[in-house]
Design a binder for this molecule. Structure first.
Ligand SMILES: [Zn+2]
Length: 376
């Protein structure tokens, strides 16, 4: 009877490879261990829909033996050639996707602050979960435990799993925990061996007891989608490892609903401006400002009190179409009396503009997706 694919749930699976006995570790051992390494069978199935290969059953006793007794012989930890092939490509992808909202990061299966240097250098608050914890707790908050089995009651902007997921028996539990621990706008960075590449290029049988899963590009994509993640990036089939960046799928945009909200925002803004007194500065001569000025509800007294400023030097001295409204720099108007400044630009620029506006003695409003907000 064939098993169900743990990555994509397909039943279109079959036996892939059977080894009647393989040593439980493949790395060279020291003399006292000669002839004493246990051997065990290894049974692998493959999913014909996504090329995922997986252990049919996991022998927990062997895994405990590997991690407690033999992992000291793991010879690749600080190998320079591994850094070039595996570590550097990950770092490149992380730099590309890094953004300033990454405040808190969790790495799964890491016990070394040195390995997390790239995150620490960005000033990100770092935690890591690993059986046995880890060293240098001044730099990283190490949690002793197995991710998934020991729930972390916290949320993160960024979760990292490097060469860890292939060791995890229950990858479904792992992904449901990712959903629990990841903030809505957060990102997960996963790196696993690329089994398709390994088998085609030089490693005849890249199978070891401690890897319960051998991911393909398709299986990693299908597993991510099954848990409602969108794939922002994944390496191609010919990469030495698979690096994958995922985030939570956002709900579909209902544009008619968004438009009716925007119409209400415009009406609210017109009402607010008609009831203000004194000079009005609209900050930003973009589309919201042009549409506002063409509103029939805007009273002529209000229009006569409106001035427009913009930071783009190209538009200074030019005029709003079909009006006498010239575009100024903010510093031309910042000393006006009874001044109300309204931020009319894209919300992502508000913080930068506010630094300047709040230095002037004026009231400040902002047109935002949450409404017309009084900032001061
Ligand atoms: Zn599958």
């Amino acid at each position: 009877m064939s098993s169900k694919c743990p990555a994509c749930d397909s039943s279109n699976t079959k036996g892939f490879q059977y080894f009647s006995k393989l040593p439980v570790i493949f790395y060279p051992v020291s003399r006292p261990f000669l002839g004493k390494i246990a051997e065990s069978e290894l049974i692998l199935d493959i999913c014909l829909d996504c090329n995922h290969i997986y252990l049919v059953s996991v022998n927990k006793d062997i895994l405990v033996e590997i991690y407690t007794k033999y992992y000291e012989f793991y010879p690749y930890e600080n190998l320079e050639s591994m850094v070039h092939i595996y570590r550097n490509p990950f770092t490149k992808v992380f730099h590309i996707f890094y953004n300033e909202s990454f405040r808190k990061l969790l790495e799964v299966g890491c016990n070394s602050a040195t390995q997390m240097q790239v995150f620490i250098e960005y000033g990100i608050e770092c935690s890591a979960i690993n059986p046995g914890g880890g060293g240098n707790t001044e730099l990283v908050n190490f949690i002793d435990g197995f991710y998934g089995e020991n729930r972390i009651f916290d949320s993160f902007d960024c979760i990292v799993s490097r060469f860890n997921l292939e060791h995890i028996e229950d990858i479904n539990l792992f992904f449901s925990e990712l959903k629990f621990n990841l903030k809505d706008e957060g990102m997960v960075f996963i790196q696993v061996p690329n089994n398709e590449f390994d088998m085609k290029h030089g490693i005849l049988y890249p199978f070891v007891h401690e890897h319960t899963h051998y991911f393909s590009r398709d299986s990693l994509i299908k597993l991510s989608k099954k848990y409602g993640f969108q794939v922002l990036y994944i390496s191609d089939r010919s990469s030495t490892s698979l690096i994958c960046v995922i985030k939570k799928e956002i709900e579909e945009y209902d544009l008619e609903k968004v438009l009716s909200r925007n119409n209400k925002l415009m009406n609210d803004l017109v009402g607010v401006l008609n009831s203000t007194e004194g000079k009005i500065v609209l900050y930003g001569c973009g589309m919201s400002t042009s549409t506002l000025l063409s509103s029939k509800e805007l009273e002529s007294d209000t229009i006569s009190r409106i001035n427009i400023v913009d930071d783009n030097t190209v538009v200074h001295g030019r005029f709003e179409p079909n009006s006498k409204l010239e575009i100024y720099r903010f510093k031309d108007l910042e000393n006006s009396k009874d001044l109300t400044v309204v931020l009319m630009l894209n919300e992502k620029y508000h913080k930068k503009v506010l630094d300047k506006v709040l230095r002037a003695n004026c009231s400040v409003l902002a047109l935002t997706s949450r409404g017309v907000i009084k900032i001061r």
